[in-house]
Design a protein around this ligand. Structure first.
Ligand code: F6P
Length: 328
């Protein structure tokens, strides 16, 4: 018989993402709706080990729906990877009379949550919060849509100056080791070429693509490069390669970096976060545990942690074809 849930905790873990605050707000307000207590845990699993808790009610989360980042801070915890660290965390949640935990984070965070559940039979539920969109079990992770809009805005701005100076720009985007941000934002930004880890185009293909663009009369080009791209050269080496091997190109580099992780969450991410927080809390109240809440066919579905953390989401091959044809 699942134990009665009277108090839940919520934490954010791993790389932060726009929409995490909206998810925290949803967890806290769903708890309030069901008359159960809610505790915010600061700094992810580090804070769980240290008992860095704060009682939260519906008013504690006012004014954060539209805020990027996470009011609970985030961290990557090495100590939680140790049995001693997890035992300390378990002691703290028992002392605080916490009956279950909502973890907002990526696959690494869910791995920790899954181990914690297995070792202590402690109810946990996951909400996928990462701009990478690399978690199996959801078409959208929290922050992905907002990051795409941020990157597209940056590409549009860079294209203004690229076309003013007839320049070739290499733009590096985040995504750790998947190309979802690069592919989607590259298409939306009209990039002449998109380099992603899932499809090793090789330098010859890049040269051919750039020459094709120039032959078609384009006086400037944008190449979007995923940070995990495996072409064998980093973005600065790509610039050097073009400088040294291709006549007539004035090349610049722009590494977008952590600005992709910030900003006010998009409408899509705010709605997604609100749906996921509600589903996570009510799933725990139904006695469920060890699942990640995900968006599948526009419905809130549960995926077991062991499936969510296995492998990475695949690139949409139809999008690859769109990208090829649109850059003609
Ligand atoms: O996982 C999200 C992410 O932003 C990746 O896209 C990126 O490679 C990584 O985090 C950066 O990690 P950090 O914030 O620790 O530099």
């Amino acid at each position: 018989m699942p134990k009665t849930i009277k108090k839940l905790a919520v934490l954010t873990s791993g790389g932060d993402a726009p929409g995490m605050n909206a998810a925290i707000r949803s967890v806290v307000r769903t708890c309030a709706y069901h008359n159960i207590k809610c505790v915010g845990v600061y700094r992810g699993f580090e804070g769980l080990i240290e008992g860095d808790f704060k009682e939260m009610d519906a008013r504690s989360v006012r004014g954060i729906l539209n805020k990027g980042g996470t009011i609970l801070k985030s961290a990557r915890s090495n100590e939680f990877r140790t049995k001693e660290g997890r035992e300390e965390a378990y002691k703290k949640v028992i002392e605080a009379e916490i009956d279950g935990l909502v973890v907002i984070g990526g696959d690494g965070s869910f791995t920790g949550a899954m181990v914690f559940n297995k070792e202590f039979d402690f109810p946990v539920m996951g909400i996928p919060g990462t701009i990478d969109n690399d978690i199996v079990g959801t078409t959208h992770t929290l922050g992905f849509d907002t990051a795409l809009n941020t990157v597209v805005d940056a590409i549009d701005k860079i294209r203004d100056t690229a076309s003013s100076h007839n320049r070739l720009f290499f733009i590096e985007v985040m995504g750790r080791d998947v190309g979802h941000i690069a592919l989607n934002a590259g298409i939306a930004g009209g990039a002449e070429e998109i380099l992603i880890p899932e499809e090793d185009l090789g330098l010859d293909r890049l040269v051919e693509s750039l020459n094709k663009s120039r032959k078609s009369g384009k006086s400037s080009s944008i190449v979007v490069v995923a940070e995990g791209d495996k072409i064998g050269k980093n973005i600065f080496e790509l610039k050097d390669f073009v400088d040294q091997n291709m006549e007539g190109y004035d090349v610049r580099v722009s590494v977008l970096g952590h600005m992709q992780r910030g900003g006010s969450p998009s409408c899509f991410d705010r709605v997604l976060a609100s749906r996921m927080g509600l589903k996570a809390v009510e799933s725990l109240l139904e006695g469920k545990t060890n699942y990640m809440v995900g968006l599948i066919n526009n419905k809130m579905e549960l995926t077991p942690f062991e499936n969510a953390i296995k492998g990475k989401t695949k690139i949409n091959l139809e999008l690859l074809r769109v990208s090829d044809i649109m850059s003609t």
